[in-house]
Design a protein around this ligand. Sequence first.
Ligand code: ASP
Length: 346
Amino acid sequence: MSEKRSSILIIYTGGTIGMIRNAVTGALESFNFDHLLRHVPELRQFNLNISSRAFNPPIDSSDMNPALWRRIVEIIHTNYDKFDGFVILHGTDTMAFTASALSFMLEGLMKPVILTGSQLPIGVLRTDGKENLLTAIEIAAAKNSDGTPLVPEVCIYFHQKLMRGNRSTKTSADSFNAFTSNNYPNLAVSGMEIQYNSHFIRPYNAEAKLTPHYKMSSDIIIFSLFPGIQQSVVEKILSSGEIKGIIFRTFGSGNAPKAQWLVDALSAATRQGKVIVNVTQCNTGSVKMSLYETGLQLLDAGIISGRDMTVEAALTKMMFLLGEELPIEEVRQRMKSNIAGEISAS
Ligand code: ASP
């Protein structure tokens, strides 16, 4: 008896992978999904049922936003039982934000959701898009011998690496090797074969049920420190009534200037009910606020450690938790604890 063919749903949102150069302006512009598939006849060689949904019009990922994340979540939710895995074609610029957001919005996900894209359009001879797309599909369809998916979580596949989505960051504007998972091992590496790092992949749970979340709060800012930052500017931002959450990008292991005005402004913001999470400006490593005096004072001001979370994960986690309208103390507690594999144990 022949085995049932796996079914994959490709969701095309836009990005360089499906762009073409405008002959007049020279700028890259999106073209439609049928054109994209015409450039990848290899897709027909898969022993899979492949269907697609496309954003109309496709977008440059700089235009991505929570309403469009909701659209992706809705597509996955309504098609969840019909497909074994999902591949999202997405611009690289904000792919790590979308992957992080989806990891929180798709609670109980137990199927692969693999985001990919490319640095060069798929119609260009040297494109990286073909390999990225074909391998992403193969990973989305990969199963264990018992029929359960090999990678039941939201990931980014790019340039031979499969990374947990909420651990990934775009680290190069022009290299094919554009994404890095700095604080968590790659989930797979593709060479002649795809080598899965099973130990680091979220385990499959047959009991889990997909629960989509659609509310994301945007009353948040990312606030980056630099030597010489001005008191008046900082106070204005921290006291703004429109801001409910702040991703506070500090130095090294979570340090900030010792200035009393800064500690006072942070303490006042915390007392007003703002959630402030400390993430480092460094690419790798973790916030440890008790290491230096300059970090300790932040702990006293009620700042929460974002430990080794990426900015993208911290931001979208806060959007998600504030969107759920939980009591502020619960938001603070949950920012520190693991929801979707985005933060390492302390
Ligand atoms: N600007 C493009 C985008 O993010 C870049 C890319 O896809 O690589 O949509």
